[in-house]
Design a protein around this ligand. Structure first.
Ligand code: ADP
Ligand code: MG
Length: 615
């Protein structure tokens, strides 16, 4: 039998390597930015079309390449950064694997121009799917420029699995921000489809963070500084009250390289323990400097995971220096329910037994008068009518595709039908009389077989949610003009997200403009209250920031956050009529057993449990 083993041809090996290094347009941006930094660039411009699917262009003023290097850089394992094994253990550069350019050239159309400082002419190379199409001298500025087009043109499986432009561009800005935050001394810019999204002149660290996050962040930063023999820590954490429901603002760097680490994240979360609500994430920008021989960057092809020799020690240094900083800036533990927006109140209280809950009740306000919910809800649409209504009206916007709503409702209906026990429905009929509120959180309602227990805030969330959905289907939703427009500084990302979703936001009753990263709101959905408006808008911004939310889902996610905001403030259950009103309205909702975020609203407290206590 003849030999079976063959060496893979280079272009196939490169394609395989590309699968590891280049997963999406964002990975190309990361690799090219890192190369420009290693080349000593002081200015790097990024220009993207269609979330990188059409064009990724990166222009630097770094040291450039000779004509020989210009061609060689596309070969596998071609690197100027490592020449002997020891170099690998003391990396001062970002690159070392010599893989990125070979990988990119294997799966895209690449055009590169480069010129060394002092050289008369530069080199211009065109390479497509690892084949050199052209290689000639050319007049070009000092430095290097790359144009990457038709990414994954020969790997259809990859190309087809790229996500929407919003998601892919989100990854690009993530990579861009990580690099920009690691190198405040370098001038970066980012354009997308012709508009400038970032222009970050060379500056100091704090200013760079503020330039990236938005002006409002300046007051929120608490500096961190700690020097030990093993590691130097520098950077900032965000004050606890700006902790978020999403992981957005968490950045760890070591020797100017962004990396991810569950272990160190844990140290940071621990430092904030007791200062922020459960299931929220502190913000931080932590820069470590450490002897390069004490870390191993080579554990993952994309170089975002790093091994540390002394990780336990570093863990405790992070923990103590952040606690110290938070203490020094007098950030005392505060916990109040206005901040707790996930509504898992009993759970949050369990871990904080000493803190008295403070729910401010606005006794003037009746949550059920201001919404159009009652009249629409009392029509008591049957399940199929309801779906029918959605089908016939649709949403008429590109953002919210009718089918997505149908799918959403069908899925939910199925789930709820399974989970509502018939016994519970019988109980409901009785459960409007003699009900009372316990601990400002639960309504206990006497029933045939004991008590129904209703989670009041979740109930309100459900009622508001349904009322908005129904009026959203039939009419534009009720909005209230603000006497004084609400102004809010946004980060670049937030500003972009708001603009991209402007038409859905409009339909939901928000009207306003974003100029220069400042949002000015003139009108908001009527169910929101002015007092908590700023927080409500923060919630909306967080929802918009969720990359995983695809366009069709956005509208119902936004309605969910509006409902949560409305429930946050509207706990006005000072007398039995209010309580009764709430119960009636809840039972008119189709999915009264679960809140829009799928949490249980109703349970029973069986008489037998009480009887057992007296046996
Ligand atoms: P690595 O960065 O791991 O060395 P790459 O494939 O990313 O591997 O790059 C290969 C080589 O090409 C680099 O080592 C460097 O010498 C050269 N190079 C790449 N990009 C640039 C650039 N923007 N300016 C100057 N040289 C570059
Ligand atoms: Mg590289």
């Amino acid at each position: 039998m003849s030999d079976l083993i063959k060496l893979l041809p280079d272009h196939i090996a490169n394609q395989i390597a590309a699968g590891e290094v280049i997963q999406r347009p964002g990975s190309v941006v990361k690799e090219l930015l890192e190369n420009s930094i290693d080349a000593g660039a002081t200015k790097i411009d990024v220009n993207i079309k269609d979330a990188g699917k059409t064009l990724i262009q990166i222009v630097d003023n770094g040291k450039g390449m000779s004509s020989g290097d210009a061609l060689l850089c596309f070969s596998r394992h071609a690197t100027s950064k490592v020449s002997k094994a020891e170099d690998l253990f003391a990396l001062a550069t970002k690159g070392f694997r010599g893989e990125a350019l070979a990988s990119i050239a294997a799966i895209a159309h690449v055009e590169m121009k480069t010129r060394l400082e002092g050289a008369e002419v530069g080199q211009h190379i065109i390479i497509e799917g690892s084949t050199v199409k052209s290689n000639e001298e050319s007049v070009t500025p000092q430095g290097t420029s790359f144009e990457i087009k038709n990414l994954f043109f020969n790997v259809p499986a990859r190309r087809n699995f790229l996500k929407s432009d919003k998601v892919e561009f989100g990854h690009i800005t993530d990579e861009f921000e990580r690099v920009a935050l690691a190198h405040p001394d370098i001038h970066f810019s980012l354009h997308h489809n012709g508009s400038e999204l970032y222009n970050l002149p060379s500056t100091v660290l704090r200013k760079r963070i503020v330039d990236v996050l938005g002006k409002k962040s300046n007051d929120r930063l608490v500096p961190i500084e700690e020097t030990t023999d093993i590691v130097t820590l520098k950077g900032f954490v965000l004050k606890p009250e700006f902790a978020k429901k999403t992981r957005g603002e968490q950045f760890l760097f070591v020797n100017d390289r962004f990396f991810k680490s569950h272990y160190f994240n844990h140290a940071l979360n621990k430092a904030f323990e007791g200062l922020i609500p459960e299931r929220s994430f502190p913000g931080y920008f932590l820069y470590m400097r450490i002897d390069p021989s004490k870390i191993d960057v080579n554990v993952h092809p994309t170089k975002t995971e790093i091994k540390f020799e002394e990780e336990k020690f570093i863990y405790s240094i992070i923990l103590s220096s952040i606690r110290l900083a938070l203490g020094k800036y007098n950030i005392a533990p505060t916990l109040d329910f206005d901040q707790e927006t996930s509504f898992d109140i009993p759970h949050a209280m369990r871990s904080q037994p000493a803190v008295e809950p403070q729910i401010k009740v606005n006794t003037e306000y009746n949550p059920f008068q201001s919404t159009s919910g009652r009249s629409s809800l009392s029509k008591g649409k049957s399940s199929s009518n309801f779906t029918q209504a959605i089908k016939s009206e649709g949403f008429g916007t590109q953002e919210a595709k009718q089918e997505d709503w149908e799918n959403f409702y069908e899925i939910k209906e199925e789930k709820d039908n399974q989970e509502i026990s018939t016994g519970l429905i019988e109980e409901e009929v009785q459960a409007t009389f003699g009900s009372f509120l316990v601990k400002d959180s639960y309504i206990l309602s006497p029933s045939k077989s004991g008590f129904l227990v209703i989670h009041a805030r979740r109930a309100i969330e459900r009622i508001v949610y349904d009322s908005i959905i129904i009026s959203f289907i039939n009419n534009p939703i009720q909005s209230q003009q603000l006497l004084f427009p609400l102004q809010k500084e946004l980060s670049k990302q937030e500003a972009r997200n708001w603009k991209e979703s402007a038409s859905v936001l409009n339909q939901l009753g928000f009207s306003g403009e974003v100029n220069d990263d400042e949002l000015e709101l003139n009108a908001v959905p009527a169910v929101l209250e002015e007092e908590t408006l700023s927080k409500s808008v923060d919630q909306i911004l967080e929802t918009l920031a969720h990359k995983e939310i695809e366009k069709g889902e956005l509208a119902h996610e936004l309605v969910g956050s509006i409902a949560r905001s409305a429930a946050m403030k509207s706990l006005n259950l000072s007398n039995s009529e209010h309580i009764q009103g709430l119960i009636e309205q809840l039972f008119q909702c189709e999915n009264h057993s679960y809140s829009p975020s799928n949490k249980k609203i109703i349970d029973t407290l069986d008489l037998s449990i009480i009887e057992n206590k007296f046996k």
